[in-house]
Design a protein around this ligand. Structure first.
Ligand code: SAM
Length: 369
């Protein structure tokens, strides 16, 4: 299967461009749809309608949960595959490696066709997907099997036993939709953590708009009160410093759509080059401190980069010589979301220079090293 092997390699690529184009190939192959036969205008129209209903619900502080209009299952699968699901697949690549040990099994809850599960299965992880929509399960099952990957599928959420015998559970853009409010959401997560056991981890991703982030912060407050640590991206034990600054915690990455997704987005008048997300990881490990999470990166030209860090107790701005930053990561935006160790940084708000910038894993931070 040389073609499939090459496709699998591209899906595992660290390059967002390669990954996005590969996912498009995989989605269309699973749907048995030749790229030249795609009704792009129609798909652009469908995406515009769906995106408008999501945005207007979000502006009103709610969520659009239906919104598929008169799209066929196949058309919906393309939109969920090459646009929305691709974004989750991209974000998984940024946040999951340092956050969870997916080799001990992962369940994606409210998984749609399973973009997070796909990310993990591509790396040899055992995966389960809990999804109420038969159409999305059916498309996901075709996609996984056309790639020679396996996954367990189950329907509407019945309770924590649906998580199976896995150590991690990821709720990607689904917790708010499933639980409705932060009280119900935190109960759902507490019961799920009990099921996952002492080493269990839960990662929740929501929209990077204020409403998605506020929802997560409300859930976080309740989890902290219940003695559960929010171990990533933050390890602040009190109020979120971003909230104290009347901002909201979210991350923006330049993780673009593939060529077909870009054409659909252009026809829909939507942007195609960025992903905005708020996320949290919950576990029973409570220690932490010392490092900083990169919230934003701004170029200072030849002077280097200005990083805005969240250090738990507050925000901090540090200027980093370009050479130093580049020695760790090829692209500036790769730094967003990472934990960095800044040894010479004092607790003061502004630090002009640092001796060393070291990227650390979330586990190192959790264990206080
Ligand atoms: C916005 S989609 C996210 C899909 C996928 N996780 C992703 O990142 O692309 C939310 C999904 O949650 C599913 N969902 C909502 N409530 C559910 C429930 N009670 N049980 C199972 N799935 C549910 C929806 O059908 C939908 O596919």
């Amino acid at each position: 299967m040389p073609d499939t092997d090459e496709l699998l390699d591209c899906l595992r690529s660290r390059s967002a461009h390669v990954r996005a184009a590969a996912l498009e190939r995989a989605v269309l192959a699973a749907l048995n749809w030749h790229p030249d036969d795609l009704p792009l205008r129609r798909l652009g129209h469908c995406y515009r309608e769906l995106s408008a209903s999501i945005l207007s619900a979000s502006a009103a502080g709610g969520l659009a949960t239906g919104g598929l209009g008169n799209m066929s299952d196949r058309e919906a699968a393309v939109i969920w595959g090459v646009i929305y699901g691709l974004r989750s697949f991209h974000v998984a690549d940024r946040i999951l490696t340092p956050t969870i040990d997916f080799t001990k099994g992962l369940t994606e809850v409210g998984g749609g066709w399973g973009p997070i599960a796909l990310w993990s299965a591509l790396r040899g992880g055992t995966v389960r997907i809990v999804e109420q929509s038969a159409a999305r399960r059916s498309f996901g099952a075709s996609l996984f099997s056309s790639l020679g990957l396996s996954a367990d599928w189950s329907g509407r959420w019945r309770g924590p036993s649906d998580l199976g015998d896995m150590q991690a559970s990821v709720w990607s853009f689904s917790l708010r939709e499933m639980a409705g409010d932060p009280d119900a959401a935190h109960r759902l997560l507490l019961q799920s953590l009990d099921h996952l056991g002492p080493d269990g981890r839960i990662v929740v991703m929501e929209s990077g708009a204020r409403a998605g982030s506020e929802f997560l912060m409300e859930v976080r407050d309740r989890m902290l009160k219940a003695g559960v640590a929010a171990s990533a991206p933050c390890w602040a034990k009190g109020m979120c410093p971003m909230r104290a600054a009347e901002d909201w915690c979210h991350f923006t990455w330049r993780l673009g759509l593939g060529p077909i997704g870009q054409r659909i987005a252009a026809l829909a008048g939507r942007k195609a080059h960025e992903v905005h997300v708020s996320w949290l990881s919950f576990g029973r490990v409570v220690e932490g401190g010392g490092a900083g999470r990169v919230l934003a990166v701004r170029s200072l030209g030849k002077q280097g980069l200005r990083l805005t860090l969240c250090r738990g107790e507050g925000r901090q701005v540090v200027d980093v010589p370009r050479k130093l930053a580049r020695s760790h990561h090829a692209f500036e935006e790769d730094l967003v979301g990472l934990n960095v160790w800044v040894p010479s940084a004092e607790a003061s708000f502004r630090v002009r220079a640092i001796d060393e910038l070291k990227v650390v894993s979330d586990d190192d931070v959790s264990h206080g090293t």
